[in-house]
Design a protein around this ligand. Structure first.
Ligand code: AKG
Length: 282
């Protein structure tokens, strides 16, 4: 379950740093598989053809651990709590960022120019998770955010803060191996320059609603073998709700259960306030 603290933090700031999100076994498999895939493509990212960063293509096909990371126990309930029961995997990127200046836009939203949704007032339309197989140094191309900026409407003026300096308006995340950083992709963010001598490795998964068109790299080739649970099926874009024909009503959260929990919460609150009234009247 997502904690109340995590929800408040996410809703006010637009991101969450989940420390130690992967258990040692999952982290070990992740690190080994990432390094093997990076080695396989080393002639591409070392050739200097794409000098600023390199994304290993179709990472879900490289090793089963990349499917196991999709619903990691410390992170998936948070994604479900923030995005809702109709969650689907949207895109995957296994990224190598060699030393150099940042390749991202300065303080960007991923959804600039998007039609149909007022993002500043919407619930979380799209989330990203960055996972790290290794500790990062503070100068190794860390992610940085402008807390609260996910509430800006589209067309909000570009933020003019020098990313090379520290500022009270910026939060930089320096992750350890196995940490996860979850964020609303509308929060203003960027990768800072990698001024260290080391490459930065990260795995990026984006998630959105079931009705949003997913990228080909969000579905593994070996779909039948890997889509083993209801969660995985839905994440890979396979409808699982038998009674519902609409993509809008696809869900991993049982509607009856949701109503029951809400009723239970309401009943608890009423009981508490009545008890308080009786107690104060004495
Ligand atoms: O750190 C990165 O690789 C990219 C950060 C970013 O802009 C993103 O994930 O949208």
């Amino acid at each position: 379950m997502m904690t109340a603290e995590q929800r408040i933090q996410f809703e006010t700031q637009g991101f969450l740093h989940i420390r130690g999100a992967l258990d040692p076994q999952l982290l070990g498999r992740f690190k080994k598989a990432f390094d093997a895939a990076a080695d396989k493509y080393s002639n591409r990212w070392k050739s200097g053809v794409s000098p600023q960063f390199f994304d290993i293509p179709h990472i879900l096909d490289e090793d089963d651990v990349f499917s196991d990371l999709l619903d990691a126990p410390a992170v998936f309930p948070v994604l479900l709590g923030l995005l809702g029961g109709d969650i689907q995997l949207h895109q995957t990127m296994a990224r190598i960022f060699p030393p150099g200046e940042t390749f991202t836009g300065k303080w960007h939203t991923d959804l600039e120019g998007m039609n149909g949704i007022e993002l500043g007032h919407s619930w979380n339309f799209m989330l990203k998770v960055h996972y790290y197989p290794e500790d990062l140094a503070p100068d190794q191309g860390c992610l940085a955010f402008i807390p609260g900026s996910h509430r800006y409407p589209l067309g909000h003026p570009q933020i003019q803060i020098d990313h090379t300096r520290t500022s009270a308006a910026i939060t930089k995340i320096v992750p350890k191996a196995g940490d996860a950083v979850v964020f609303n992709v509308h929060v203003r963010h960027m990768a800072l320059d990698n001024t260290s001598p080391c490459i930065r490795k990260s795995l990026i998964y984006s998630y959105s609603h079931f009705w949003v068109k997913n990228y080909p790299n969000a579905v593994p080739k070996d779909l039948d073998r890997l889509a083993t649970t209801k969660e995985r099926k839905q994440l890979f874009g396979i409808p699982t709700c038998e009674k519902e024909s609409s993509y809008f009503h696809q869900t991993l959260i049982e509607p009856t259960l949701r109503v029951d929990v809400n009723n239970l919460l309401m009943a608890g609150k009423n009981l508490l306030s009545k008890t308080k009234q009786v107690y104060l009247a004495k």
